[in-house]
Design a protein around this ligand. Structure first.
Ligand code: ATP
Ligand code: MG
Length: 782
């Protein structure tokens, strides 16, 4: 056994080592609580398999997040060498499936350039599916899936779709998502008595097929189909992946499990997980997978780890006292920590979100400057919240106070700025959808919102009446091939957009490096549009003027993506990269776009260097598997954790249960190594009184420190409630209590729509005109 491997194994405890060294012929299941070294054991398992002679290219390691894949590659690389670490397939479920589907796209009635539909595109397709259903029901059906596919991006569902279809699309999107995650066909929906669901699911699938698209659930189910219906694909996979190892197994959906079962049917399989950390139920995850594994791999070996190496004893005890209230725990686990007791968990009541932010900032300054306690850098601190929106006030405050931070999560790829850059890149591909063209026009036309809408609606109208694509209609209109109702200025600006698109195409044709293309494309987006988008992203009204970090980081992140894409998907040397470019032309761009689109659904986006000296701001869902010395759980309020259903006060959104909400808090608490803070606020920005999270009461008081015990808070809240109601009723005329006055910060929190055009113009003028200068980004050759 190589020395590095045996060294690694020596660092494991007996149970971990036993699991890592298990016989390759035995399916292995490691179940254990947070911080017990499951991921560490998994890394050990890979090292052992390699030392036993398995080729790196025969190992498939699956995790749920990009951060986890990077982390694992690095940990394996340290002991097994970088080359081996690179050759092992370490992948998320989605990227593994995407590759399999592209390789065999013809078997799925798609071409290999099929699009992957994210949330927004899925919604549009669902709206269409509902419309088709309604038309069919009324006997007024004039169109089928093919027409819908054209209309979907051509005429635009938004432009022609009746309101009812839009209203119901949210509900049906949930339905379709759940049905797909559990692998239900329209026929099965029908058998279960949901005739309408069956029809809408059927319509939706037809539309996607006609659009040469798959959604994220399709990627998994199509991979299952490929393995089950095509023996040659099955054999190829069996021959390639001799060992499959899965982390965070509790979050696999039924379909993902099916995929694993098939991949592992003749080969080694290891699963690692903790049912108490199952937090993706809303997305179809189903922790009953552990039982299925026991059933499907009856000769399995089970190893339980019981020691928490991560957190102080106080934190482990507090987290355990919360999770034990869940009644539907599949496997009861006891976990103990031999770490020091650590400090008590701080509970802090804050008047509002600004006060909460101020408290956290003071603490961060104290912790990072405190010479007496062990030094803690910004990178050792995380702020976790239930909803992205709760992190916004922190972003602004951190900028002002010059505290370095990173915001992580899918939100990055959903930022309009990112989307517009991707849409512009997409226009250079032969199969560019009309959605991308519409997005580009929306960004590049320099008109007011209403005027812009009128112009785009008109292009939509022409494309519908002529049954042609959006871009053909636009080209005909702006090159004055057809007479229209446009004013001269509108025609001029429309022509400019076409010219810009032409420039983008030329850039790509000229075989520029990807980073140069991305940077130039970003440079073409009008600054005014970017400012508007930043207003939307930051929601900070008047504070627009001094802040460009967000935009700069967008481009920097994209540059990182380019570099990562080239190193993982292409080749390593510049000459090879050039060769790839020459051979594949826009294929490379296409793969890059797909690579980025694929990340949109991944749950976490953390780059290692991000973490080194910046405070992490992230949702709890995205914090899975990670750890920090100091963790602040903010807005630990009822209706945040747990998120309550408005109508009946029960948890929760998307059909998740109160128990899943409790697991979510459990995950959050167990990210902390040394210090844990709970903060809750007593009033929101609308002066509504808020309650602390009901889960806080489940922590024994001897583990807590802070201003008040949670029970006392209840009483205070009651008093405050009375007081505030009185104040609010007199608001504007007679503020009764000094404390109830709206603060300056409160007043700053004006809706973005209120930012006037003039203020945006002024911001543009002050910021200068050179987008690249504002980004201050070097064009790197990759
Ligand atoms: P989670 O459930 O949150 O994913 P996990 O069970 O995967 O946690 P790891 O991330 O593998 O736990 O390990 C948690 C921490 O404990 C890490 O810092 C790791 O280095 C450390 N650790 C794991 N095993 C040992 C060990 N045997 N001795 C010392 N430290 C260990
Ligand atoms: Mg882990």
């Amino acid at each position: 056994m190589p020395e590095e491997c045996s060294k690694y194994l020596q660092s494991l405890n007996d149970r971990q080592r036993d699991a890592a060294c298990s016989d390759i012929s035995t399916p292995l299941m490691v179940i254990a609580g947070p911080g017990s070294g499951k991921t560490s054991t998994m890394v050990g398992r890979v090292l052992v398999l390699l030392s036993e002679g398995l080729q790196p290219s025969n190992i498939l390691a699956m995790t749920f997040t990009t951060a986890a894949t990077a982390e694992m590659r690095e940990r394996i690389g340290k002991s097994a060498g970088k080359k081996a670490a690179k050759e092992i397939t370490i992948s998320t479920f989605h990227s593994f499936s995407l590759q399999l589907c592209r390789m065999h796209a013809d078997k799925l009635q798609r071409t290999s350039e099929f699009s992957v539909y994210g949330h927004g595109q899925q919604r549009r397709a669902i709206i269409e599916a509902v419309r088709l259903y309604e038309e069919g029901k009324n006997g007024s059906s004039t169109s089928g899936a093919c027409e819908s596919a054209e209309g979907l991006s051509g005429a635009g569902a938004g432009a022609v779709c009746p309101e009812y279809a839009k209203d119901r699309s949210k509900k049906w999107q949930k339905y379709v998502t759940q049905a797909k995650a559990s692998g239900r066909t329209p026929e099965e929906c029908r058998k279960m008595g949901n005739e309408i669901g069956a029809k809408i699911l059927g319509n939706y699938s037809d539309i996607l097929k006609a659009c040469n698209a798959l959604d994220y659930h399709d990627l998994i189910s199509c991979s299952v189909t490929l393995l089950s219906d095509f023996p040659e694909v099955f054999k190829e996979c069996q021959d390639t992946w001799k060992a499959i190892i899965v982390d965070e197994f509790q979050d696999t959906s039924t379909m993902q499990y099916k995929l694993l079962r098939m991949l592992g049917s003749h080969n080694h399989i290891t699963i690692v997980g903790d049912d108490d950390q199952s937090i993706f139920g809303f997305n179809g995850a189903d922790s009953s997978g552990f039982d299925s594994f026991r059933r499907d791999f009856p000769n399995y070996k089970e190893v339980r780890l019981i020691k928490n190496y991560r957190s102080s004893r106080h934190i482990v005890e507090a987290a355990s006292s919360i999770i034990k209230n869940n009644t539907k725990r599949c496997q009861s686990k006891s976990i103990s920590s031999e770490n020091s007791q650590g400090s008590k968990i701080t509970v802090k009541e804050c008047h509002n979100e600004e006060a909460q932010c101020a408290f956290v900032i003071d603490k961060i300054i104290e912790i990072t400057n405190d010479g007496s306690t062990p030094c803690c850098s910004h990178g050792d601190i995380a702020i976790l919240y239930r909803r992205q929106v709760s992190g916004k006030v922190f972003q602004n405050a951190f900028r002002q106070r010059k505290i370095p931070f990173n915001v992580h999560g899918v939100a990055f790829y959903r930022k309009k700025v990112v989307r517009i850059i991707l849409a512009m890149l997409r226009t250079t591909l032969p199969e560019c959808d009309d959605l991308s063209y519409r997005r580009v026009f929306k960004a590049l036309l320099p008109f007011e919102k209403e005027e812009k809408k009128r112009v785009i609606d008109h292009i939509d109208k022409i494309s519908t009446s002529r049954k042609c694509s959006f871009i053909s209609a636009a080209t005909d209109i702006f090159s004055a091939k057809i007479s229209g109702t446009f004013k001269r200025n509108q025609l001029t600006q429309g022509r400019k957009v076409l010219q810009t698109l032409d420039m983008v195409a030329k850039l790509v044709d000229r075989e520029q490096s990807l980073s140069a293309v991305v940077t130039c494309v970003a440079n073409m987006i009008p600054q005014k549009y970017l400012l508007e988008q930043r207003a939307v992203v930051d929601n900070d009204g008047g504070k627009l003027l001094n802040e460009d970090n967000d935009l700069r980081s967008v481009l920097q992140y994209l540059m990182d993506d380019v570099a990562e894409f080239l190193s993982t998907h292409c080749t390593t040397t510049e000459e090879e990269v050039d060769a790839v470019k020459e051979k594949k032309g826009c294929n490379q761009l296409n793969s890059f776009i797909n690579y980025i689109s694929e990340r949109e659904t991944e749950n976490f986006r953390l780059r290692r260097h991000d973490n080194q000296n910046s405070v992490t701001l992230t949702t709890i869902h995205q914090s899975k598997g990670l750890e920090w010395d100091v963790v602040f759980i903010i807005k630990a309020n009822d209706n945040e954790i747990p998120l309550l259903h408005e109508s009946n006060g029960t948890a929760s959104e998307g059909g998740t249960s109160l128990e899943e909400e409790r697991r979510l808090l459990y995950v959050a608490m167990t990210r902390a190594r040394k210090k844990l803070f709970f903060l809750y606020v007593t009033v929101d920005s609308n002066w509504q009184v808020l309650q602390p999270s009901r889960f806080l009461k489940e922590i024994p008081s001897h583990l807590l420190q802070g201003d008040l015990s949670i029970n006392d808070c209840r009483q205070v809240h009651q008093n405050l409630s009375n007081k505030t109601e009185q104040s609010v009723s007199n608001f504007g005329t007679e503020l009764k209590h000094e404390d109830d006055k709206p603060t300056e910060n409160n007043m700053m929190n004006i809706p973005v729509d209120d930012a006037t055009e003039e203020s945006l113009e002024a911001a543009c003028a002050l910021n200068g005109n050179n987008f690249l200068k504002r980004f201050d980004v070097e064009v790197r050759s990759v």
